[in-house]
Ligand binder design. Structure first.
Ligand code: COA
Length: 328
């Protein structure tokens, strides 16, 4: 079977910075509370008129340039997002148009913060099946548009951004080794937006009740996450016959520093091997792991041959992990 890996990578964040001090002006919170409970110092917010597709398109253009490919070379775009520009149509089609990927089919994957891992897994399988040779996988989000700006419990956690990877065949010994995906289905207020879908359409009353915004039971999500992250990582390692001690860098979903520290401890992976940029961007859902990879590349920390594990969890509740040997 051919080896599938990353031929090019790109990331993009909107320019507008929303710091903890900015949040102090809007809700009853403090930089001290947010920093100690989450590790977040600032995040990026989209501007008026800027959509998730704009962020995704910018990241995609950088990934194509990095791969020395043109948009017309791409046969499929898989976009992981839960904050699409429109309720209907798929956001990946907007990106296809914006970058001019005229030969590509496009679809979205909605697996919340696990979306990037799910999308890479699907992309790899489609290439290995022989159906496609070059797939663009993107994680892009504008979660700032979905949070209730009056809700200090939830809103302060999130931010916006995008990352993109061109997937294709790589040399022997490199690329995606294994992955694992899991779901613990819930139908409650653990982590969701209740109104605006087909079951509870957005009526004036529901808008006034603020049901169109993200609601979350932080404690339940926290408990799920500290269990799911180590479990998924161990399962992916097992699937790939990989020893966790051999992992060079762990890229966890950047949701909460305490969750990451707990997961690393359970996996016996020292924090020096865990990549963190949560202080810069907060939780950017499906973009978060890709933004971490993008920053690690810019810093020269991630290099060809490194064995890396990506691991995430999110609404659904979904979780997953993917192990690869970096191929660039
Ligand atoms: N500023 C100040 N105080 C805040 C606050 C804020 N932004 N948000 C909540 N509080 C208050 C609460 O109202 C509560 O007050 P009370 O004790 O008077 O009721 C107090 O701080 C402690 O709340 P608690 O829920 O115990 O805090 P916590 O230590 O569990 O941290 C989260 C809360 C949300 C940071 C944490 O539960 C978490 O990160 N959960 C996971 C969320 C997540 O990752 N979601 C995305 C998944 S993809």
């Amino acid at each position: 079977m051919n080896n599938v890996g990353i031929l090019g990578f790109g990331k993009y964040v909107p320019e507008k910075i929303m710091s903890n001090a900015d949040w102090e002006k809007l809700v009853d919170t403090s930089d001290e509370w947010i920093t100690t409970r989450t590790g977040i110092k600032e995040r990026r917010f989209v501007e008026e008129g800027q959509g998730t597709s704009d962020l995704g398109a910018e990241a995609a253009k950088k990934a194509l340039k990095d791969a020395r490919l043109e948009a017309k070379d791409i046969e499929l775009i898989i976009l992981a997002t839960c904050s699409a520009d429109y309720r209907v149509q798929n956001c990946s089609s907007l990106i296809q148009k914006k970058i001019g990927a005229v030969n590509a089919a496009a679809f979205d994957i909605q697996a919340a913060c696990s979306g990037f891992i799910y999308s890479l897994t699907v992309g790899k399988a489609l290439i290995q099946s022989g159906m496609y040779k070059k797939i663009l996988v993107i994680g892009a989000e504008s979660i700032s548009r979905l949070v209730d700006m009056q809700d200090r419990n939830t809103a302060i956690l999130f931010g916006d951004g995008a990352a993109a990877a061109v997937l294709g065949e790589v040399e022997e010994g490199y690329g995606i080794i294994s992955s694992y995906m899991g779901t613990e289905g819930v139908d409650d207020d653990t982590l969701r937006i209740k109104a605006g879908g087909t079951l509870y359409p957005a009526t004036v009353e529901r808008v006034e009740n603020r049901e169109i915004y993200l609601e979350m039971n932080g404690t339940d999500v926290f408990k799920f996450a500290v269990r799911a992250l180590p479990h998924a990582t161990k399962e992916a390692a097992k699937n790939g016959n990989v020893n966790l001690a051999d992992i060079d860098i762990l890229f966890p979903h950047q949701a909460n520093l305490r969750i990451i520290e707990s997961a690393a401890k359970r996996l016996r992976i020292p924090m020096e091997k865990v990549y963190l940029n949560i202080h810069k961007y907060g939780n950017t859902s499906a973009a978060s792991i890709g933004l971490a990879i993008g920053d690690a590349l810019e810093e020269g920390r991630l290099k060809k041959g490194d064995l890396i594990a990506l691991t995430g969890f999110g609404a659904g509740l979904t979780y997953g992990s993917l192990i690869m040997r970096w191929s660039k």
